[in-house]
Design a protein around this ligand. Structure first.
Ligand SMILES: *Cc1c(COP(=O)(O)O)cnc(C)c1O
Length: 388
């Protein structure tokens, strides 16, 4: 069956549940056992069975089954936030003395975790240019354990050549992880392109309504038990109501993404024609580094992209533009139904690449509003930019 059909059915078992369409929400810490023998039996296989709330409930397992279907992996693990997915996956695979390679354009808190935790635990971190492709070969050392990728990069949208990176990695027994949040696991099949672990902030498109915090780690069967066991030791888990909402979000993911994609493409095309805009960093547009790789490896685009304004505009003019927008409130996170905008400056967040643009950068999330209304609002923003 096609992915859209699978996504409507994955993780649901109405026959086991009075015919009710959606999985029930189990609120649970304690799971009781009638005999000593049953207790010991369950203790032998806690990563698969139902043993204790933190190890998973039928609610989290149902969601995880659906996410594995979405991402094309064997198993998924739900955790309490997207960042917990990143830190948990890395902590499960690395140990002191290992070396890891991390893209220079990753979500900034990923870097903070590497710099403020992993480095202190004796893990050596090297950042690499996201456009490196198979040039990554020269950075792989005998103790390199994993390469952490994110495509496209946070804020600046460089699309990495994941197949080339994965080929170089696998020749040296190095693991490839991806932060696959931008594609929602829907527009990019991480496993078919050589990734071993795919992480998402389900907070974003999977949840889709700006009302939950949730992360997912999707992986192959061979890694599942080890990672699940270690995450349990770390105390990572996801709450039942959030698992339920995230799974509900999955059912409408293809339909919502189609609308985000359409509005994102229309908005980016309109912005490209504006004289105030010098660059449109949207993977489907030629200005975006790695645009050709996006065309080759992705099946579509979500609603998140950035623009760079002409350097002649003062911070005051940019603030006048943004402060007066009605349909683009400023705020972090994205992937909900609504449009958002945030100013950012990549300069301080770079380790091995240099950000050369001098104009203000704006990240835009194209929501599901009518595109006509969104463009009217942006148009008034440009009027204020020019006459603050
Ligand atoms: C938001 C985000 C995260 C973190 O997710 P939280 O649920 O906010 O912890 C990780 N990676 C990317 C690319 C994100 O945009």
């Amino acid at each position: 069956m096609k992915k859209d059909t699978q996504l409507l059915h994955a993780g649901r078992h109405p026959k086991d549940n009075y015919g009710i369409v959606n999985p029930p929400v189990y609120h649970a810490s304690t799971v009781t056992f009638p005999t000593v023998d049953a207790l010991y039996q369950a203790d032998k296989n806690p990563t698969e069975g139902i043993f204790y709330g933190r190890m998973g409930t039928p609610t989290s397992r149902a969601f995880e089954e659906a996410v594995a279907t979405l991402e094309g992996g064997d198993k998924a693990i739900a955790v309490q936030s997207g960042l917990a997915g990143i830190t948990g996956a890395m902590l499960a695979f690395v140990k002191g003395g290992d070396h890891i390679l991390v893209a220079d354009s990753v979500y900034f808190p990923t870097k903070k975790f590497c710099n403020e935790f992993l480095s202190n635990f004796g893990v050596e971190v090297t950042y690499y240019d996201p456009m490196i492709a198979d040039g990554i070969k020269s950075l792989i050392k005998d103790n390199t354990r994993l390469i952490f990728t994110e495509a496209p990069g946070s804020l600046t949208f460089e699309v990495q050549d994941i197949p080339a990176i994965a080929k170089a990695a696998h020749e040296r027994d190095v693991l490839v992880m991806i932060d696959n949040t931008w594609s929602a696991g829907y527009y990019f099949n991480a496993f078919e392109h050589g990734c071993d672990v795919s992480i998402q902030a389900a907070t974003k498109y999977i949840g889709g309504h700006s009302d939950i915090m949730m992360g997912t780690i999707t992986l192959r069967e061979e890694h599942y038990k080890m990672v699940k066991t270690k995450l349990n030791v770390l105390g990572y888990c996801a709450g039942p109501d959030d698992c339920y909402l995230a799974q509900r979000g999955l059912r409408s993911l293809p339909a919502r993404l189609a609308r985000h994609e359409e509005n994102g493409l229309k908005m980016a095309a309109w912005l490209k024609e504006r004289p105030e805009v010098t660059k449109v960093l949207h993977p489907a547009f030629a200005d975006c580094p790695g645009h050709d790789i996006w065309k080759r490896d992705f099946t579509g685009s979500s609603g998140l992209f950035s623009i760079v304004l002409d350097g002649k505009y003062s911070p005051k003019a940019v603030a006048a533009m943004l402060d007066g927008l009605e349909l683009f409130p400023m705020g972090y996170s994205w992937g909900g139904y609504e449009s958002l905008i945030v100013p950012f400056n990549p300069k301080g967040a770079r380790n091995v690449t240099t950000w050369v643009e001098d104009g203000a950068c704006l990240r835009i999330h194209a929501g599901q509003e009518s595109i006509d209304d969104l463009l009217v609002d942006l148009n008034s923003g440009f009027e204020r930019l020019n006459k603050p």
